[in-house]
Design a binder for this molecule. Sequence first.
Ligand code: ATP
Ligand code: MG
Length: 686
Amino acid sequence: MDLSKLNPPQREAVVTLQGPLLVLAGAGSGKTRVITHRIVHLLNERPGHIMARNILAVTFTNKAATEMKERLVHMAGPRAQGVLVCTFHAFGAELLREDIHRLGWPRKFAIADMGDQLAIIRRAMRDHKIDDRSFDARKVLTLISKAKNSGKAPEPKPEGIGDDYDLITHMVYPDYQLALKAQGSVDFDDLLLLPTRLLREFPDLYEKYTRRFRYLLVDEFQDTNIAQLELLKLMAGEQRNVCAVGDDDQCIYSWRGAEVRNILDFDRFFPGGKEVRLEQNYRSVQTVLDAANAVIAKNPERKAKQMWTDRKGGPKVKVVGCPNDEEEARFVAHEIQKHISLGVPADEIAVLYRTNGQAHPVEEMLREKNIAYEVVGGSEFFDRREVKDVIAYFKVIVNKLDEISLMRIVNVPSRGIGDVTMERLNVHARGEGVTLWTVMRKADTYEDLPPGAGAKVLEFVQLIERYRDAYEHGQLAAVTRKLLEEIGFREATRAHATSATSADKKLKSVDGVLNSLENFEKREGPKASLLTYLNRLSLDTRQEEEEVPGGHRRVTLMTVHSSKGLEYRLVFFIGMEEDLMPHGGMQGEPQNLEEERRLCYVGITRAKELLYLTRANTRVKRGKEVPRTPSRFLEDLPPEVVEKVDLDAPRQGPPTTEEKNFFANLKERFKKPGAPGAGPPRGAAG
Ligand code: ATP
Ligand code: MG
């Protein structure tokens, strides 16, 4: 590998192979690049001593993992395939797949999704005679998850100051854990906690994993939580070859338990290591960098960072005031069209927003102009009823202990197995102390079931078992097609729909599942199984998209949160208003202004060449048009790098000479082989 493509501190980080290493540096300074180059260096440095399988790289999202892997293979060839690149949760799942039976779970455990979790919590609440209409099960789930992520069981607060939810959570938690285990499932948080337990409680497993993964690398370290740090500390073993990179100014997930102290106190958790600072920003032009620096500088208690770029100048940051949100969307779509016509590839353009709801007007305008786009996350595809039903079939086929899914589909489509039948079978199961499935397998032996019900249950059981065998031989999409046909799923879906268009939509969703299975098979090859598919889904729903027609080059729409680590030549950061950016609490005042400021910094620093910050004077909220105030962050921007555009006096004409020249230059640069941006994958950083 060519180390000359790195600056001196980057090189130092890449070639320091032993002991803890922290790279703490601002956005766009090449932290992710350090990780990929370091992996390639590890592979090259001591061939025969360090194998690909000894390396574990942890990214923040599955998408980032896929892109990093592609980049590694691109740089180091096929041998990089053996490097494990994944999120903490995916790593946990992988580890559990091998060894969870040591804790009494089946190896083919299921990963409970939020629907499953809520169903268990509601059931436990009812068992405790807590009305699940007066108390929100979601809130209980949040509290349970918070406690688990901080490495503790939930506890009620000391008498007098604890609220009802603390108490309920404390009561429900043990039942919740037992119920999960009884149905052979783990929740998302368990993917971190159970591996930690395995490594702590079983010395042989500690040996096995610390020997195998001798080099650990973690990207976006500022957004790790306590449970992840615990797992990392164990995995580091005695060798402690941990390389963590991150930026405390980009800690934006503290609401989900991220602990910025993990990075600030790295030296306390991994003493005696080295710390490297990177100060040159390679991503953004000077104007963008100045804007970003000015916004983040206002945060107290940060590790001050000096960032500079040699990409002096650059077009000014455009701060655009629009009459209303519709005009804002129209402006964005118009500018996007203009830049695409000037030669900017659509996949080098992103629209960022604070909340998912802001995407809709932009989507509409882009559709109107026939511009291909993709919305990252916020997809409700897997929440659709018919999709959930099909997935529930998969879950039961893979894991007969999954009673929540079983109850969901036992009579879908309707096959004459009513509530009374299932209630009685449940009573028998509890009475005999066996699983519901065991009881169902001998349903014909119970005399208290409605006439004919026993036989129907048996038929269902046989159906599931037949398909369990059928799926053993792969061909996931084909087998599913057969299954859906056999149970008359499409006919039933059509019959239940309220209109022809709704029927069409529902059937399209079913096709969507089949598509997603086919893609999965293509990607995974012979390794593809129903179980791995389900795992991927539960780890990845935020990334999994419906197939959007319109080729590969698409404009990206996403929340600022999901834009972490990515970069685009053009960025539209929309909704720069109070109560959106910064996001407001109940009274409209931001609850965590510092984190909102960090978010703003993350958004701005995604732009390589040109940044638009747009806002609306009024916005439709719950059907009413409400006046809006410009974001306080706009006031922090240095006036000399800003160009204010007021759309009440619109300038929607042809591009200015300044813009034309700028992009003409750019086009030249991007033509050259080896220029930044050349080589796969597009839109990825590092
Ligand atoms: P973020 O904090 O946003 O995750 P980062 O610190 O991870 O940013 P990278 O994404 O690794 O930064 O790098 C930003 C851009 O700068 C990438 O396009 C990368 O290829 C480029 N880059 C980094 N280091 C160098 C270098 N030494 N020479 C040329 N380009 C570089
Ligand atoms: Mg990065």
